[in-house]
Design a protein. Structure first.
Length: 84
């Protein structure tokens, strides 16, 4: 049976943790380097109106919205509100 010293255990644990962190952060780094000119899908973003109109009046102001969200074969219309 091999005996591990405390130093070897912590060194191996640190290397494993650093490796897992690197593997988990790698897709994020690659996505940041991607310079594709493909348009982004903005269909699920809600239009609240002009910013100048939202800035008028008293605050907080309730702003209602409707948005259509397409997910694979299903299209849903959602309504909601937020306070500006």
């Amino acid at each position: 049976m091999n005996k591990w010293s405390r130093r070897k255990f912590f060194g191996t644990s640190l290397k494993g943790t650093a490796g897992l962190f690197t593997i988990s952060i790698l897709p994020l780094g690659l996505a940041a380097c991607n310079k594709s000119d493909t348009p982004k899908d903005l269909s699920s973003m809600a239009n609240l109106g002009r910013l100048s109109e939202l800035e008028k009046g008293e605050f907080p102001k309730k702003a209602a919205y409707k948005v259509k969200i397409k997910d694979a074969w299903v299209t849903q219309e959602q309504e909601g509100f937020l306070f500006t």
